[in-house]
Ligand binder design. Sequence first.
Ligand code: TRP
Length: 336
Amino acid sequence: MENTPVERKKRVLSLIQPTAVPTLGNYLGALKNWKNMSEDYDCIYGVADLHALTIHPDPASLRKQSLEMFALMLSVGLDPEKNIVFFQSHVHTHSELAWILNCYTQFGEASRMTQFKEKSAKHAGNITVGLFDYPVLMAADILIYQADFVPVGADQKQHLELARDIADRFNTMRGNTFVLPEPFIGKVGAKISSLQDPTQKMSKSDPNPKASISLLDPPEVILKKFKSAVTDSEAVVRYADGKDGINNLMAIYSCCTGKSFEEIENEFAGKGYGDFKVAVAESVIEELRPVQDNFKRLIADKAYLNEVAKNGAQAATRISQRTLAKVQKKVGLYMP
Ligand code: TRP
């Protein structure tokens, strides 16, 4: 008789910080893919509210933004029946594993994290241990679910490598315990740049509000921002080296309409940047319309959100508890 093993779906995990409303860049680069992935993967998505504490947000704002981020995750199409969606702080196992992993992380390797170096240079008067420890909590988020893949942007890649190093060290010292997570590289369209400085990534922390599109920007604001997007003086819509502004608008338009760069070049042959910018803005407005409609409906239904959060936390706790128990045993904690 042939041996047919039951195939377990690979597990994908990602958390997102509730510090600001995600940008169009976050959406086209990551969130938009999330909803399609639940067919092929076992997906777990969370609001990283504990990570947000490292920069001392105003408590009322954090509370509000966390719920909004949760509603947004559902608004982009994550189905809580098919995925686990939760708040990091509702699942106690993350913090407990993080403590143990602290003891398996070298001070030197944590000190080498680029983001820590950058952030501590920027906030020299407020370098908390939490900021330093941030990547270890992130490692715990990932390893506690035995995640196979983690969709991460370039800025989080080093943290994912640290998670792998910690897992590998633990497995070597205490026996095989953790799956080593791999970065998940999504489809192209992943890199959307600032509208004001197209050599930089579109970032939700950009101080210039014209540089990025928030997922919740109303249509007239989106139009205005695209109209003031930085381009070049050639006045020809074509994809080429050195035309970062136009290349970026073409990438956005392509993501929202499904058209290829060639089709876009043909469509706008003989037309100026003005027409093109309006077309890009309209495609973005259409792309975001269902997300914004969903968000309006969900954010008004707190009872539903609370119910989804409760179920998500229960499911996440159940899965993560298994890993935590294994780890506690392996490190020698007495368990009656
Ligand atoms: N540090 C990530 C960010 O700022 C958020 C995050 C926290 C995360 N825990 C995670 C991402 C686990 C992926 C997996 O974007």
